[in-house]
Write a protein that binds this ligand. Structure first.
Ligand SMILES: Nc1ncnc2c1ncn2[C@@H]1O[C@H](COP(=O)(O)OP(=O)(O)OP(=O)(O)O)[C@@H](O)[C@H]1O
Length: 693
């Protein structure tokens, strides 16, 4: 092995002033996080120049002088003038570039094998930092990489590792410290979780939740130094009960291993917990509060539409990698209520008619495993029932064409939600404005209250006092929100006028509607009614039933499929199954974008006598022999059956933070000859995605 590093580079000032280039042990030792670090390392016994520049780690093979052909222009790797701020796109064509956001862990060891071992836990690490002698010559970087060149799936991520060798252990030590510091100071570094509460549903899907976690997820969490507390569920609704009653102060996030029903349980548990903490009325809350803990989802269910819609794949490793890297986005959540009370929250889709029948029937065939959906689906499909219903909604103004990124413009509105989605980021800005305003109002309200109610407040527990303030603030800040949202929307040219939003995203009942908006009423006989919060994509339906739903724009798509011929139903299914189809082109399908809709049945008015159990408004008289009503369907909420009939569904903008970036657009890979760097500059900015539309 050739000696590299310590003698080859001298300290030089950069032309662009991005910082100093440091070589050798002394340079590495003196380097700060804004400086450039440059050394030679060996990688698989080949010499590489390795550069640490801002948030990028770059390595490139060194040319051997002896084998250089006379006519070939010598490529100077990582020339000095390239080391300027914002010059990441001008690294050499053969450079490998890794963004700090994508690094999972950095380990050093005296041998390659030792450097491949997972790092010690946090406490041990702190001791180790003080004790370790700088003798390690091997530096292993574990990182995540998106398989952007895959012909079949550009959304899967995989774990990669690279081991550098340098004979000078001091250089290795300094690189390790520098890399760790830069990962910690990267945009997502502060969002990475260390303590996680994990719920494993051993019952969902193929009943392989525990094995999935042990085989794919636990090793990754260990590698990232995540301290995970695991609870394997014993019964349905146990997760919800634990989240409602237990002290969660020592956890930074809640992770669930299961299908859509399990995710819905976690979201319901966290939102209802927050409502309790704030002392809100759980049946008729003044507003829907944001839970404090983010949610991580590992797919282990039958369909896993929530995970698929979030990542563009239901790949377990991809989901686990997003948890480890700490990339979060706000996810809309819908509240579902009947005409008297809040029932539950919905994360994916609320369906009536065909999919409601499938959910109701498939529960009877759970012993069939995932096949139960196919069996119940075919059975309900052939019966081709239609259900009379009336829907009321406020339709959102049509979205103008909004480019998702500088490199791609979508010509046909509405847009599809991808990573770096502009529509969702505007909604996110609004959400931040809302939170800031909300917090400011909360402070003011408390300041005003304190002198007047000092004695009373002493007697009241802190948890009881805060919700009263917060509920007042929620109402107070609404009028100011309108101004902020109007200004923001106008500045973003998203739409000419703003809509009044409550904290959480729904229209205030006491507010007048903006001009041009009015309630729309739709009546008919429907084969299927869907309120889609997300695309509801899954392996069988990669675009989802609601292709244009966004993950965090505060809206839901109401899809109405009128009862029609059996053949048209087949057309509908075929259009949801492939990547090419679009249900909007079908004449018997209507899609409305809204923040809220109200549903009621149009058949025999329900009286107290023909209703079933208290709380459930499902009429009992018309049930057929198969247990499913011939006149009324059931609601399917995230795969769970809801029997109430008069339903209101409202979207709450980015109510919960979830570990995800959003899917990447899928299209055929580019033609041969188009050079694509082996590693994207930043996996999150998708600059080099070969699958870009
Ligand atoms: N130990 C358990 N025994 C029985 N049921 C459980 C248990 N743990 C969780 N459950 C319930 O199982 C139901 C189904 O789980 P889940 O939705 O995760 O799987 P799935 O229905 O197979 O997947 P998907 O919803 O993605 O199709 C959930 O409603 C959950 O409350």
């Amino acid at each position: 092995m050739t000696q590299s590093g310590s003698t080859e580079f001298a300290k030089t000032a950069t032309a662009g002033g991005a910082g100093d280039v440091y070589g050798g042990a002394a340079g590495a030792a003196a380097c700060s996080s804004s400086d450039v670090l440059l050394n030679n390392f060996q990688l698989k016994k080949k010499s590489y120049r390795v550069l640490l520049h801002g948030q990028h780690l770059v390595w490139e093979r060194m040319q051997r002088q002896s084998v250089k052909r006379p006519n070939e222009a010598q490529k100077v790797p990582l020339p000095e003038q390239q080391l300027t701020a914002g010059a990441e796109s001008s690294y050499g064509a053969h450079s490998h570039i890794l963004h700090m956001d994508d690094i999972i862990s950095i380990c050093a060891g005296n041998s390659k094998h030792e450097s491949l071992q997972p790092p010690p836990s946090n406490r041990d690490q702190q001791q180790a930092d003080g004790d370790t002698k700088p003798t390690a010559q091997f530096l292993t970087i574990n990182y995540a990489e998106r398989l952007s060149k895959s012909k079949t799936d550009c959304n899967r991520w995989q774990l990669r590792r690279i081991t550098f060798y340098n004979a000078d252990a001091y250089i290795v030590r300094q690189w390790q410290l520098q890399l760790q510091a830069r990962v910690a100071s990267s945009p997502t570094g502060g969002q990475r979780v260390q303590r996680l509460l994990v719920f494993i549903n051993p019952f969902g899907g193929r009943k392989a939740g525990a094995q999935t976690y042990e085989r794919f997820v636990r090793p990754l969490f260990q590698l990232a130094g995540i301290d995970a507390t695991c609870i394997t569920t014993q019964r349905a609704n146990q997760i919800r009960d634990i989240l409602l009653t237990h002290d969660l102060s020592c956890y930074e996030a809640v992770c669930c291993v299961g299908g859509d029903g399990t995710v819905a349980e976690v979201i319901n548990g966290l939102v209802f917990r927050r409502m309790r903490e704030l002392g809100l009325d759980e049946q008729r809350p003044a507003y829907i509060p944001r839970p404090t803990l983010p949610v991580a989802v590992i797919p282990a269910g039958s369909t896993d539409t929530i995970v698929y819609s979030m990542h563009g794949t239901a790949d377990v490793r991809t989901a686990a990698i997003h948890v480890v890297l700490g990339q979060k986005r706000g996810l809309d959540v819908c509240s579902v209520s009947n005409n008297r009370t809040l029932l539950r929250f919905c994360a994916s889709v609320l369906s009536y008619g065909y999919l409601g029948d499938v959910a109701a029937e498939s529960e009877q065939y759970r012993w069939m495993g995932t096949k139960r959906y196919e069996y119940s689906g075919i059975k309900a499909f052939f019966s081709n029932r239609g259900y009379d219903a009336e829907l009321q909604l406020l339709e959102e103004p049509t979205e103008p064409e909004t480019p998702q990124s500088p490199a791609s413009v979508y010509t046909e509105p509405p847009s599809v939600c991808y990573a770096n989605c502009q529509r969702c980021s505007i909604a996110s800005s609004l959400q931040e404005q809302r939170s800031t305003l909300f917090a400011a109002n909360a402070d003011e309200s408390r300041d005003e209250l304190q002198p007047q109610q000092a004695e009373q407040q002493k007697k009241l527990a802190e948890q009881q006092a805060q919700p009263n303030d917060d509920a007042t603030v929620a109402v107070n800040c609404e009028s100011q929100l309108n101004e902020i949202e109007t200004a923001l929307y106008r500045s973003q040219l998203l739409r000419p006028t703003s809509l009044p939003l409550q904290p959480g995203g729904s229209y205030g009942s006491n507010m007048s509607l903006p001009s041009g908006l009015q309630w729309k009423t739709i009546r008919g006989n429907f084969f299927l009614i869907c309120g889609a919060n997300i695309t509801c994509a899954c392996a069988r339906s990669p675009n989802g039933i609601s292709r244009y739903s966004h993950l965090g724009d505060g809206c839901l798509d109401l899809i109405l499929v009128r009862k029609t011929s059996f053949l048209n139903n087949v057309r509908f299914l075929l259009n949801t199954a492939g990547r090419a189809g679009d249900i909007r082109n079908l004449p018997f399908v209507e899609v409305y974008r809204t923040r809220k809709f109200i549903f009621r049945t149009l058949t025999t008015p329900a009286t107290e006598e023909n209703l079933s159990l208290a709380g459930s408004r499902q009429p009992i008289a018309q049930n057929g022999s198969d247990g499913v009503s011939s006149e009324y369907s059931s609601w399917n909420c995230d795969g769970e059956v809801v029997t109430d009939l008069d339903i209101t569904m409202s979207s709450h903008c980015q109510l919960i933070d979830v570990f995800m970036r959003g899917p990447h657009s899928y299209s055929k890979p580019q033609k041969p000859g188009v050079s694509v760097p082996t590693t994207p500059v930043s996996s999150s900015d998708n600059i080099y995605c070969c699958c870009k539309d």
